[in-house]
Design a protein around this ligand. Structure first.
Ligand code: TYM
Length: 334
């Protein structure tokens, strides 16, 4: 708790171009929840280097992502929006938590298995201990709630296990966090293969809607979305393409699947796809405009980066010092 408010922590990687999946699965829920909670939203650049990055590009993407958080509607004076690499406590706590995590647990992580298959020439130890750094992110701020998409639930589970294990030895040090999934859109699927998650790293550019796609591109991609030959707009697993479009439409308009099915009863897939494209564009175009405006205000963004790094450091260090004392590190002499 901070000032009687429960705490939220969440983060995104500054790799690749953010997709509609990131927006609907995470960012949009952050905005819904942010007034009720004390929030920490990080640009998790430490996580990004588990895969090789071009340094200049990583720096530029990280700044864009931080700006995008604000453009999406998170007030940076109320929400602590900051770079993970500006708070060294993340890496320090991760080391301590590494010593409370079993290799057997890490071996089970599906994201590790997927990423090592994708980057077979660079299966580094960071990729392996990635979930422990994530646990450190969350536990440093004593987060009660972590809003994420479905693909991160396994990492939340291991975070809880690590925290419980640590608490069992040293007493109530960490708050045990709960995941938060939005009502709609916790897993947005690829437009070209609706059995696969929509992903920043997909090589097929038509598979994902990027947050910076213009309206024509958005509509064109939806028109090309893979569906089926049933010809009926129904919400069922046998029609994964249509189901995904109904989820996206619902996430953008707030309509339930039943309401959407009713609205498009008797209409063709062509009309439905255009309606989904328009709903998405309606959400993204204002965000893009705000982003371009904000990006010009270098001094403002710089001040946010500086002030929020200080705020994050303050809370993170508080937890870190407590943990260091518990495990037996000598006290600092001032
Ligand atoms: P990342 O950067 O891959 O994704 C950021 C957020 O977007 C969600 N997401 C999706 N939601 C619905 N449908 C999709 N197709 C989709 N694709 C991505 C993700 O679930 C995530 O919420 N490891 C994390 C970043 C991280 C983090 C943390 C998150 C680091 N530390 C601590 C929460 C708490 C990641 O790589 O997310």
């Amino acid at each position: 708790m901070i000032d009687d408010k429960k705490v939220i922590f969440s983060g995104m990687q500054a790799t690749g171009n953010l997709t509609l999946g990131n927006y609907v699965g995470a960012l949009k829920n952050w905005i819904t929840l942010c007034n009720e909670y004390e929030c920490f939203f990080s640009v998790v650049d430490l996580h990004s280097i588990t895969v090789r990055q071009d340094p200049a590009e990583l720096r530029s993407r990280a700044r864009k992502l931080l700006t995008l958080y604000i453009a999406a509607g998170l007030d940076p004076k109320k929400n602590c929006i900051y770079y993970q690499s500006h708070v060294s406590a993340h890496a320090e706590l991760a080391w301590i938590l590494d010593c409370f995590t079993y290799m057997g647990e890490l071996n089970r992580m599906t994201q590790f298995k997927d990423k090592s298959a994708k980057h077979a020439d660079n299966i580094n130890a960071g990729l392996y201990t990635y979930p422990v750094l994530m646990a450190a992110d969350i536990l440093l701020y004593q987060a009660d709630v972590v809003p994420v998409g479905k693909d991160q639930l396994q990492h939340l589970e291991i975070t809880r296990d690590i925290a419980q294990r640590f608490n069992a030895v040293y007493g109530d040090v960490f708050t045990i966090p709960e995941p938060y999934l939005g009502k709609a859109g916790a897993k947005i699927m690829s437009l070209q293969d609706p059995t696969k998650k929509m992903s920043k790293s997909d090589e097929n550019l038509n598979a994902s809607i990027y947050l910076m796609d213009d309206k024509d591109t958005i509509i064109r991609k939806f028109k090309r979305a893979v569906t089926d030959s049933e010809g009926m707009i129904q919400y069922r697993d046998e029609q994964p393409g249509i189901k995904n479009l109904i989820d996206i439409y619902g996430a953008c308009t707030g309509k339930t699947p039943e309401e959407t099915v009713k609205e498009f009863d008797g209409k063709g897939y062509g009309d439905f796809k255009i309606a989904v494209g328009e709903a998405v564009a309606e959400l993204l175009v204002p965000l893009q405009d705000r982003f371009h405006e904000l990006e010009k205000d270098k001094a403002f963004i710089d001040s946010i980066i500086k002030d929020n790094a200080e705020k994050a450091n303050y809370y993170a260090t508080k937890t870190l010092r407590k943990v260091q004392k518990k495990v037996g590190f000598p006290e600092r002499i001032r």
